[in-house]
Every structure is written in structure tokens, then in C-alpha cells.
Design a protein around this ligand. Structure first.
Ligand SMILES: NC(=O)c1ccc[n+]([C@@H]2O[C@H](COP(=O)([O-])OP(=O)(O)OC[C@H]3O[C@@H](n4cnc5c(N)ncnc54)[C@H](OP(=O)(O)O)[C@@H]3O)[C@@H](O)[C@H]2O)c1
Length: 235
């Protein structure tokens, strides 16, 4: 188990922090990637150093990421980054631009660096609905990144959760909270009427629960390809 080296991109996020914690709890040498201009850099340095993770602040640039991978030779690379509406509002840009720039371009950059340098298992946090004909930019980007991961030749784990929510999320996301609450009520009713499979697929999941399953499945993957729908992400 101690031979694994995990590189976590998007480590400062809600899921990223939980994934770093889940890896450390399993004794995995963990490199938490936080961009040098992250608003969360100081707080993440303190938090991750305290639990024994290494911080990497390589800028988002393919050549530098390749050099970082060459140095640490990760066997697992987690791609957990993504834009949000509130960030788009703060930056004064349409959210579609950020989905293209962060969710797509940076994740593909990470994938390209992984393919060229260390050939790790690539763990991609996608989304429920990304496998169907995409209905919006968010899902189209997820679909296209999934396609690239599948075509990369790397072993991979793709997770497709619905809402990821729970306590400990610093950013207030009223739309997401409302959506998750609505969905959880609907799935609760569905369960009462025997539709437990549908309920398991769509009800929300906490960052900690998601991280535990994601880490466990990635460490003990018995197949080159592993696709985890929401119901498979339940502990
Ligand atoms: N939340 C949900 O309900 C849900 C459901 C399904 C799938 N997903 C997907 O799962 C992923 C993680 O979700 P989450 O809720 O854990 O996300 P989150 O808490 O919002 O974290 C997002 C991560 O992306 C990074 N990021 C954002 N803008 C960036 C930029 N311009 N350059 C570099 N990095 C940037 C953040 O880094 P900084 O801290 O440095 O900004 C942070 O590490 C996202 O891709 C999301 O789309 C989310």
C-alpha cells in the first residue's frame, strides 16, 4: 500500500480535501496540488501539512506539470477541479467560459502530463448525466473529458455523482443546496414506493463518503477501466 503515490489536483476543493484526508488515513504518500494563486493556498498549506500531506504549487502549465510528475512519479492522479457559478460571477465571466477553461482545458492538461510522464491510474470526478447526449455546456465538457480519459490508454476510474453536499463546504451554494434538498426529498419518496435503485442513483452524497469510495476503488481497482455511477459510490 505504501508504494502508492497519489497526486491530487483540485485538493483545495470540497471533494479534494476529503480525498486528501482519505488517502492519508490509508497511509498513502499524498501530494496535494494547490495552484500558486489559489485563494485557499495558506489555509490548505496549514491543513495539509498538519495531516502529513505534501503540498505542490506547480502552476497550471503542461511543461511544469510534466516536470512535477517526473519528480514524484505518481501512481494515482486525481482530477477533482471545476468552476462554479459564484466564481464566474466574481471573475465577471460567463460560466461557460470557465467550464471550458478550468473543467476542460486544465483537466486535459493534467491528463496529457500523466500520459507523457508517469502512466498512473487517472481518477476523474465527472458527473451524473455525463454519459448521455449532453444537454448543457457543463455536461458536454464532462462528456468530452470522459472521452479523452477513455482514449488516453491510461487505466482510469471515472465517478459520476449527482449532488455532492454536506457540512464543511465553505462556499455557500444556494442553487446546489436547494437542488440537493429537492432531489433527496424526491428520492426519499421514491424509496418508500420501492424505487430504491433510482433513489440510490440520484440522492446526494457527502464529500467524505464520496472520497472514501473513490480512494478505495482506485487503490484496489482490479480492472483497467472502472466507471462508478452514483449508486456505486455509496459506502
Ligand atoms: N458539487 C457538486 O454537486 C458536483 C456534482 C457532480 C460533479 N461535481 C464536480 O466535481 C468536481 C469537484 O466538486 P467540488 O464541489 O469538490 O468542487 P469545489 O469545492 O468547488 O472545488 C473546486 C476545485 O477546483 C479548483 N479550481 C477552480 N477554479 C480554478 C481555476 N481557475 N484554476 C485552477 N483550479 C481551479 C479549486 O481551486 P481553488 O481553491 O484554488 O480555487 C478547487 O480545488 C467539480 O469538477 C464539479 O464540477 C460536483
Amino acid at each position: 500500500m505504501h508504494d502508492f503515490v497519489a497526486f491530487v489536483a483540485g485538493a483545495s476543493g470540497y471533494t479534494g480535501q476529503a480525498v486528501v484526508g482519505a488517502l492519508i488515513a490509508r497511509g498513502i504518500h499524498t501530494i496535494a496540488h494547490v495552484r500558486p494563486d489559489s485563494p485557499h493556498l495558506d489555509e490548505c498549506c496549514k491543513r495539509f501539512t498538519k495531516i502529513g500531506a505534501r503540498i505542490d504549487t506547480t502552476p497550471w502549465n503542461e511543461r511544469e506539470l510534466m516536470a512535477a510528475f517526473a519528480r514524484c512519479n505518481p501512481s494515482l492522479v486525481f482530477a477533482l477541479l471545476g468552476a462554479t457559478r459564484s466564481r464566474a460571477r466574481q471573475a465577471g465571466v460567463p460560466i461557460k467560459h470557465l467550464y471550458e477553461d478550468v473543467d476542460r482545458r486544465l483537466t486535459l492538461m493534467l491528463l496529457a502530463a500523466a500520459v507523457q510522464v508517469s502512466h498512473p491510474r487517472f481518477v476523474y470526478l465527472s458527473s451524473a448525466g455525463a454519459n448521455r447526449s449532453p444537454v448543457n455546456t457543463y455536461l458536454r465538457v464532462r462528456y468530452e473529458v470522459e472521452e479523452a480519459v477513455r482514449a488516453s490508454g491510461l487505466p482510469y476510474t471515472i465517478a459520476r455523482p449527482s449532488f455532492i453536499t454536506g457540512t464543511g463546504r465553505e462556499e455557500v451554494r444556494p442553487r446546489e443546496r436547494f437542488g440537493a434538498a429537492l432531489l433527496d426529498s424526491a428520492t426519499g419518496v421514491a424509496r418508500l414506493f420501492g424505487a430504491s435503485r433510482w433513489s440510490d442513483r440520484y440522492r446526494s452524497i457527502t464529500g467524505t463518503a464520496l472520497a472514501n469510495v473513490l480512494v478505495q476503488r482506485s487503490l484496489f481497482a482490479s480492472t483497467r477501466m472502472d466507471i462508478l455511477e452514483t449508486e456505486m459510490l455509496r459506502e
